[in-house]
Design a protein around this ligand. Structure first.
Ligand code: NAD
Length: 299
């Protein structure tokens, strides 16, 4: 079997085209704004933020990057987030991870107003997602994976989904989303014993562990759907967790790296930002049209 390739670049572009069309219909001077808080000089983080900024601009979302020194104190960072929470012109806020070690990630993330938490990382939005509640924001990476999975049109109910990795930002929310879609879910991690024996049972395998080319065809059930979230950088290239050339001969669908999950992550983040904007109680133009505040720029 040769797998069909799940083209994340094309799917992300289609989603961004839709966002651009919707944003172009908003009133002039009425644009969603995303604030990206970037602490320190982690090279990969700077690349991710630049990509987000470029893509945001291309769909018509203002993206304000707030670059802060590596040594910033917790209180100073919390007060910047507080300011952004109160700023009615800012609709989405993300804090680029990882943060320098002296900062408590969960404490910083938890300070973001849930209404502006377009990464879906706050405990509040995580809780809503766990309850399968439609109101929260779902983390962009697992949401992007799910959207790619849906393009296969395979009925997910009852499928055995195995997730490799249990981080708060990818593995755990991914497992929850698959559970919400009625999959039978197994979560694995670095302490899991005999991982290939577990992954061989997977109808759907999502890998998010950052171990380059760890997953070979031996780890895969014939006809499995394989979604590779992993990104490892070397010599200017990036590599996934899956040995693509080997696994593509056994899987039914597979995501490439690059060009799979990565572009979907950014598109879903921008989609969440537009959603936050549309849900905001007020925006630029509503100030001038109080009576129509819920209609002036919403479609
Ligand atoms: P993380 O380091 O927080 O978590 C990694 C997880 O993988 C841990 O739960 C760990 O237990 C597990 N793990 C590590 N080695 C393992 C092994 N040998 N076998 C089984 N499990 C193992 O990382 P993260 O933030 O969850 O990101 C995971 C990967 O996904 C990274 O490569 C990261 O760069 C990538 N990522 C990609 C996107 C994207 O948009 N494509 C977004 C976020 C993260």
């Amino acid at each position: 079997m040769t797998a069909q390739i799940l083209d994340g670049k094309a799917a992300a572009q289609a989603l961004c085209d839709q966002l651009q069309t919707r944003i172009a219909k908003l009133k002039e001077n009425c644009r969603p704004r995303l604030a990206v808080v970037l602490v320190g000089d982690d090279e990969a983080s700077h690349i991710y933020v630049r990509n987000k900024q470029k893509k945001a601009a291309s769909v018509g979302i203002d993206c304000q990057v707030i670059e802060l020194a590596d040594g910033i104190g917790e209180n100073a960072l919390l007060s910047i987030i507080d300011e952004l929470n109160r700023d009615s012109h800012t609709h989405g806020i993300i804090v680029q991870l990882p943060l320098p070690r002296h900062l408590d990630e969960l404490k910083i993330i938890s300070a973001i107003s849930p209404d502006k938490d377009v990464d879906g990382f706050t405990p509040y939005n995580t809780g809503l997602m766990c309850c399968n509640h439609p109101q929260g924001f779902i983390s962009a990476t697992p949401l992007g994976v799910l959207k790619l999975l849906e393009t296969t049109q395979v009925d997910l109910r009852g499928k055995h989904a195995v997730v490799i990795g249990r981080s708060n930002i990818v593995g755990k929310p991914m497992a929850r989303l698959l559970l919400n879609r009625d999959c039978t879910v197994t979560i694995t991690h670095s302490h899991s014993v005999n991982l290939p024996a577990i992954t061989r049972q997977a109808d759907i395998l999502v890998s998010a562990c950052g171990q380059p080319k760890m997953i070979t065809s031996e780890w895969i059930k014939e006809g499995a759907i394989v979604l590779d979230v992993g990104i490892t950088r070397f010599e200017g290239n990036i590599c996934g967790d899956v040995d693509f050339d080997d696994v593509k001969n056994k899987a039914s669908f597979i995501t490439p790296v690059p060009g799979g999950v990565g572009p979907m992550t950014i598109a879903c983040l921008l989609s969440n930002t537009l959603e936050a904007f549309l849900r905001a109680p007020e925006c630029e133009c509503s100030a001038h049209h109080l009576h129509h505040s819920h209609h002036c720029c919403r479609h």
